[in-house]
Structure formats: structure tokens, C-alpha cells
Design a binder for this molecule. Structure first.
Ligand code: BGC
Length: 299
């Protein structure tokens, strides 16, 4: 029986376009899906104000055009778009750091149409960042429960159990002293409140302790805007689980969005949770693992 002929994979198998819409910047780049390397400049423009769907999409079209000017993007390259809100079935359901007009909008349809009819996969920005860290960065090959927190304009979260992402956890909206925790402890809130790192960390530790009581993570990855200054506060953070800085600082969202888009467009045999478990070679769908706390769905 002739061996299956090894066909050259089309560019779409290796290349992805990642777009990351944040509270302060809209970024895009081409990503090598097998290494996580950027294959173009990381193009960035400021998030418009107000960050309505129309204005943000204009910016997305602009940044993608700049990427494409550097390197043509064929029609079958998967396109992923991270957004700062709950995203289900391509639709943005909440909008804390972008204009409320996003709520209910299908980002996949709007961005896809604006990009000339490309198929687009939309997901939460922190979930995207988490996927990148789990595949290529600080959580690479890590089994058990891994929690990623991005601390910037807001607080984003991504929760993984044995490499599987539970989407849209939104821990930045847990109540802390009567308000969403991100309104008190995001990077932007720390500056607004004029907190020293020590004071901020003391409060952040209360938030971490709460998350630890619920999820007992085995590793906590800290990323986002505040990760740039991580040396100033990493030793002040306390948790049972080891805390590590995100490996990708401002590219995780781009890389993860491209990875996620590839996941949903790749043939079934090319996915199945491979994103975050490169080191696992289990033939079963669920690798053996110690009992995990029930990851109850969170609002
Ligand atoms: C949003 C999250 C997002 C986080 C970081 C929060 O305000 O609700 O969806 O991940 O900001 O951008």
C-alpha cells in the first residue's frame, strides 16, 4: 500500500493573521502557527474613542492593510480577532472597555465583511493571550489548572484545565469591595488611584486568594500592560501556586487569536486541544490527571 503522499501544506496551514483589539490599542500581525513567531511587523494603532464597532472596524481594516502591504495574505489564511468582552459564537456579548454598542454585535460577520469576506474567528482577548502562553510561552506543556490574568486597561482572565480553555471566565468582573475588581486593581485603576506597587499588590493578593480558593491553580501567569513592570511587583504577589510572568508581552493576543482561528478552521484531526498540550502524547481524549476542582461556570 502506497504511503500517503506528503503534500506540501498550503500557506494557510502554517500562517495565521492575528488581530487584537484592546482598550488602548488595535494590533495585528501575521503569525507562524507552528512557532508563534511573528512573520510581519506588529502593526498597532490607538483604539478609537468612542470605540464603536464602526470606528474599531475601520482601524482593523487599516492595520490589516498595513500588514498586507508587507506580505500578501492569501484568502485561506485563518484570521482571528480578540476582543475585550465575552464572545460567544462570534458575537460580542459584553463591552466593558469598548463602546457598549458592541454588545450583541457579530464581530465575526462585521470584521469578516470589512476584510473583503474573509472568514474570521472572534474570541475574548485574554483567552487568546492564554492560548499563546499555553502553546508557546509560560504555560507551555503545563498540565493541571493554569490561570492567566492580564492586567492592563481592564483585568482579563483565561483558565485552562489540562490545556483545555474554559472560555469567557471574566474574572476581572468579580466584585471586590463593592465594585468590579478591574475598576480597583487594573493597571489603569492603579494609576488612577495613585497606588504604590506595594499597596496595589496587597490588594491584588486578596483577589488572588479568592481565585485560589475557587480554582486551586497549579500555575498563575501574569500578563498584559502591567507585566512590563513585573520586576517592580512580582515579589510582592503571594499565592500558593507559582506566579510567572507571561512570556509574550504585547504579542500574546495576536498570536493566540491566530492560533484559535486555525483551530476552528483546521480539519478535525489537526486540532482536538492541541493548542495547549504540545508535550502531551496521550491517545485518549482526556489525559490522566489528578482530580481537579469542579470549574463551575462563572458569570
Ligand atoms: C473585559 C474582558 C477583557 C479584559 C481585558 C475586561 O474589561 O470584560 O473581556 O478580557 O477587560 O481586556
Amino acid at each position: 500500500m502506497a504511503a500517503t503522499r506528503q503534500r506540501g501544506r498550503p500557506a494557510a496551514a502554517r500562517l495565521g493573521l492575528g488581530i487584537d483589539v484592546g482598550g488602548t490599542g488595535v494590533k495585528a500581525a501575521l503569525v507562524d502557527l507552528s512557532t508563534g513567531d511573528l512573520l510581519s511587523t506588529r502593526v498597532r494603532e490607538k483604539t478609537p474613542s468612542p470605540a464603536t464597532p464602526e470606528l474599531v472596524i475601520d482601524i482593523i481594516v487599516g492595520v490589516v492593510a498595513r500588514v498586507e502591504a508587507e506580505r500578501p495574505i492569501s484568502g485561506d489564511v485563518p484570521v482571528g480577532c480578540g476582543l475585550p468582552g465575552v464572545v460567544k459564537d462570534g458575537r460580542v456579548l459584553t463591552a466593558a472597555n469598548i463602546d457598549k454598542a458592541w454588545a450583541g454585535v457579530s464581530a465575526e460577520e462585521l470584521v469578516g465583511a470589512a476584510l473583503g469576506g474573509r472568514r474570521v474567528h472572534a474570541l475574548n482577548d485574554a483567552d487568546a493571550a492564554g492560548l499563546a502562553e499555553m502553546r508557546f510561552g509560560a504555560g507551555r506543556g503545563k498540565a493541571g489548572t493554569v490561570l492567566l490574568l492580564t492586567i492592563g486597561t481592564g483585568i482579563g482572565s483565561a483558565l485552562f484545565a489540562d490545556g483545555h480553555l474554559m472560555r469567557n471566565t471574566e474574572f476581572g468582573h468579580i466584585e471586590y469591595r463593592g465594585k468590579d475588581v478591574e475598576l480597583r486593581l487594573s493597571g489603569a485603576a492603579r494609576e488612577r488611584r495613585g497606588l504604590t506597587w506595594a499597596k496595589w499588590a496587597a490588594e491584588f493578593n486578596i483577589f488572588l486568594a479568592q481565585l485560589e480558593r475557587w480554582f486551586w491553580p497549579d500555575q498563575i501567569i501574569i500578563g498584559g500592560g502591567v507585566s512590563k513592570a513585573i520586576d517592580k511587583y512580582i515579589n510582592l504577589l503571594q499565592s500558593r501556586a507559582p506566579i510567572v510572568p507571561a512570556q509574550f508581552r504585547n504579542t500574546a493576543g495576536i498570536i493566540g487569536a491566530a492560533l484559535a482561528a486555525h483551530e476552528v478552521t483546521a480539519p478535525i484531526e489537526g486540532r482536538a486541544g492541541r493548542l495547549a498540550r504540545p508535550a502531551q502524547r496521550s491517545t485518549t481524549t482526556e489525559p490522566s490527571a489528578p482530580p481537579k476542582p469542579a470549574a463551575a461556570s462563572s458569570g
